[in-house]
Design a protein around this ligand. Sequence first.
Ligand code: ADP
Ligand code: MG
Length: 471
Amino acid sequence: MTFEALGLNTSIIKALTDAGYTAPTPVQQQAIPAAIAGKDLLVSSQTGSGKTAAFMLPSLHRLFAIEPAPAGKTPNQEMQAARARNERPRFKAAQPKMLVLTPTRELALQVTTNTDKYSVNLRRIKAVSILGGMPYPKQMQLLAKNPEILVATPGRLIDHMESGKIDFSQLEILVLDEADRMLDMGFIDDIEKIVAATPDNRQTMLFSATLDGVVGNMARRITKDPQVIQIMSAANKHENITQRVHFVDDLSHKNRLLDHLLRDESLDQAVVFTATKRDADTIADRLNIAGFSAAALHGDMHQGARNRTLDSLRRGSVKILIATDVAARGIDVPTITHVFNYDLPKFPEDYVHRIGRTGRAGRNGHAISLVNHAEGMNVKRIERFTKQLIPVNVVEGYEPKKTGSAPRSSARPGGWKPGDNRGGAKPGQRSFSKPGSSSGAPRREGSSTGGGYKGSNPRSADGQRRSYGDR
Ligand code: ADP
Ligand code: MG
């Protein structure tokens, strides 16, 4: 399957080739032709599966195919002309053709950056992001360019809409990216208002981790006869990410183990997730003292500081990012090889989002959770949600004292049966309960190296890797 076969124009394909995209991802294969045909879309597929291009490429294709606006003046030119006539320039509302709503500023910027990349050869088309925290004159300046594509977080956009700076009457394409997150963040009223301000005959594309519940209701309200695309791929199960759990006795054990694991040779860059902003700061300080180049990222930081930190991460001058869930949402840095859960997330969904910060763009990644003995139940909840078992590991010299404490033998997420155990532990594997211990109940390591694993994943064992059957 090629991008040509999906019907995209050659200027876009050239840009994709230059960006190193050789073939469309599964979600792109399905979404692009339907979107070019003008269909509404409801799409759920896992983080990192290439959804941005799935909506942006067909949109660019369509916007480029539309007749260029009659050679009138841009709002900027009109204002200059007015000034030349010694009139007070009147601000003319921007009239975007496409609007992308995202839950966070970081995501909006990411979408704009990708759009610039995809549209390098489409001179006519401009994309700008309108974000909270951006100085007002700067926003006015961006809007005055009358960009075809606007990428925005809902709150800030409402302000501009209500003060007449943006007019959606010419809008052709509306995209809701990470719709579930936007609803979680309480943007539902803003979204409804924005949608109501757009023409009924627009094309609507909604992307979400799930299409059930509240999101599903809204999705169906704002789309017409949508094509539903749900990709349950290997990426959806994060099969390119090796997951494991390490049990720890206490904080000092956790910190020592983290330091040790951060020195792993295969680690290029890492994100360490903490439950609180305060912990993020404390751990960043501690790691810096220990000689790591670490930085914290959380919601209490000013936007400027957050951007600088993310830039340093992208440039590689920050190696370890200590982050909270919200701040790290959507981070897309392909050189992140490891994700650590210093604390387990509250919701299993967040676990999936967190570990999706590694294994980007088809690479392999490691997701390592440091878990107190009392948190065994939370690990089980995650296993049930992901329908994957997470192997328990022990590192020599960092063994937890309370080995037998959290019998997790009953972790048996969907489909897994004791009989699936067709392999034994590999030599060199370490496990929470020693291989060979015969407790009667199926122990976790008993299900390792599942004969059914059809990993497309040639990563060689680090002596700890264990894969599970194709569940
Ligand atoms: P999602 O929104 O589904 O989480 P993104 O759109 O952020 O995923 O894409 C994840 C990463 O994959 C990005 O780095 C993006 O540049 C890259 N990517 C997307 N599509 C392709 C492709 N067809 N080939 C190679 N890389 C791709
Ligand atoms: Mg995305």
